[in-house]
Structures are given as C-alpha cells and as structure tokens.
Design a protein around this ligand. Structure first.
Ligand SMILES: Nc1ncnc2c1ncn2[C@@H]1O[C@H](COP(=O)(O)OP(=O)(O)OP(=O)(O)O)[C@@H](O)[C@H]1O
Length: 253
C-alpha cells in the first residue's frame, strides 16, 4: 500500500502539493488525474522520493520513502519520467538490462541476463534487442522504457504520462501490458500512472487520485469515486461519462 499523510510541498516559493492525505492499494492500476499544473508530476516524483516534501510523509510497503536510502527505494519502486527520452548509442537490450542495476550494482550475473531476456520476450522486444533505442519509433521506444522499468522488478511502478504521443494502437498495447502486469497472479505490481486521457483512465483504472490546484479533489476506487459531476468540477468544464458498448467514455458536453 502507498500511504500519503499530510503531504505538502512548495516549488519556487509557491505551494504545489497542499496537505494531501490518501491511500493507494497494493494491487491494480491507479490513475493520477487533474488539470494542467495541478501537481500530478510533482506528486509522482515525491512518491518516488526524488522530491522531499516540506511536511508530511509517504510510506510505501511499510517504508518511509524519504527516510530510505536511494538503493532501498530502487528495490521498492521504479519510476518512468517524461524526460526518459534520449539515450544515445544504447541498444534496447542494454536499456532493458539497465533496469537490473539496483540488483547487481554494476556486476550483472547470469540471472540478471536471463531475466533481461525474459523481459525482452514479455515486451515483444527480442527482435529489437540489438537496435539502438534512438532508432525506434515513439511507440516502440516507450515499450522499451516500460520494459526497463519492469526489469527493475519492484512491487511498484510509477509512470509519468506513459501514453504521451502514442497513437491509439500503441496506447492500447501499453494499457493492456500494464493491465497484465498489475493482475499477474504470480508477480502482481502496483501501477500508478499520470493520465490525461480520461476515457483511458475510466476504462482501465481501478483506483484514482484526482488533484486540483495541488489539493486532493478525490481518491478511491474509480467506480465509486468518479462521477460526471466530479470530473466536470475537477476540470472546470462540462464532462460526461457514458457507456458505449460496455466501455466507459468521457466526453465533453
Ligand atoms: N521546476 C519548477 N520550479 C518551480 N515550479 C515548478 C517547477 N516545475 C513545476 N512547477 C510548478 O508546479 C506546479 C505543478 O506542476 P506539475 O508539473 O507537477 O503539474 P502537472 O499536474 O503534472 O501538470 P501537467 O498536466 O501540465 O503536466 C505548476 O504550477 C508548475 O508551474
């Protein structure tokens, strides 16, 4: 479980996260949503321990993230940031293998190599293993970065806008992979991702954390906590959740 208590943080002298208290259950997909500038990326970086709050705490799997050492954090969570983009002259296999770093600290074992191969296979990247990451399409690249985060083998994966600039086919591909990861009976991971596409969130998220102007708008199971009125108030624009062929779609009205 992720437990956030009274989390408060300012950037450049301005309050960005304001007294946030909520929980995220250990399993499933959690969507962090809210308008531009609401504090979603800041929250994710703070959950990951990369930003230190001015007050409050983040406890993940029983560990106070801001008291833990970096190497301890790296065994609890992987973080995929929006700026994960450029890795000159690195091939896909090495990128994915890099996810094993917290486990081997520069001395990869045969088990790390085997695990890297399994992850390449799982993400359909085996044939691309020797290709430079920079040569991949945006969708393939995102899949490779996701595989790197997965290879870190942490109980939690935190992903900042992993669908940015992806076409519908790759969007679906990534979301189906995340669903499989979150509900893997042998090795389930908690997946927390910042999303802008509300229909994707409505369709895939089990849990939601909604921020507005740095404050918690609501948090809880998506089905119970999200309504058309709540979404409209969150984004200050009329939005409606409708069911189309059994799937929830969010449209502006
Ligand atoms: N480096 C920085 N220095 C000072 N303020 C910052 C910095 N980065 C972001 N902020 C401010 O923090 C607030 C929250 O930004 P953040 O990027 O967390 O929001 P967000 O919800 O992820 O936005 P978006 O949906 O547009 O990506 C914004 O007001 C932003 O201007």
């Amino acid at each position: 479980m992720i437990e956030v208590e009274n989390l408060t943080l300012a950037r450049g002298g301005a309050a960005v996260l304001r007294d946030l208290t909520f929980r995220i259950p250990a399993r499933g997909i959690t969507a962090v949503i809210g308008p531009n500038g609401a504090g979603k990326s800041t929250l994710l970086h703070t959950l990951a321990g990369l930003m230190r709050p001015d007050a409050g705490s983040v406890t993940i799997a029983g560990t106070d993230i801001h008291r833990a050492r970096e190497d301890e954090r790296a065994l609890i969570l992987s973080l995929l940031t929006q700026s994960a983009g450029t890795v000159p002259r690195l091939n896909v296999r090495d990128l994915v293998g890099f996810g094993r770093w917290p486990h081997h600290r520069g001395r990869p074992t045969q088990a790390d190599a085997r695990l890297t191969d399994e992850v390449l296979e799982r993400f359909d990247l085996t044939d691309l293993g020797g290709r430079e990451v920079e040569e991949l399409s945006g969708g393939q690249k995102q899949r490779a970065f996701l595989a790197m985060a997965y290879a870190q083998a942490t109980p939690w994966m935190l992903l900042d806008e992993p669908l940015a600039a992806l076409d519908p086919k790759y969007t679906r591909d990534i979301m189906e992979r995340l669903r499989a990861i979150a509900s893997d009976p042998d090795d389930p991971r908690g997946v927390v991702l910042v999303l802008h596409d509300l229909s994707i969130a409505a369709d895939h998220a089990d849990w939601c954390v909604a921020l507005k102007d740095g404050r918690l708008h609501c948090a809880g199971p998506w089905r119970d906590s999200m309504t058309s009125d709540r979404l409209s108030a969150l984004y200050d624009t009329p939005l409606r959740m409708v069911s189309v062929e059994g799937r929830t779609v969010v449209m502006d009205t």
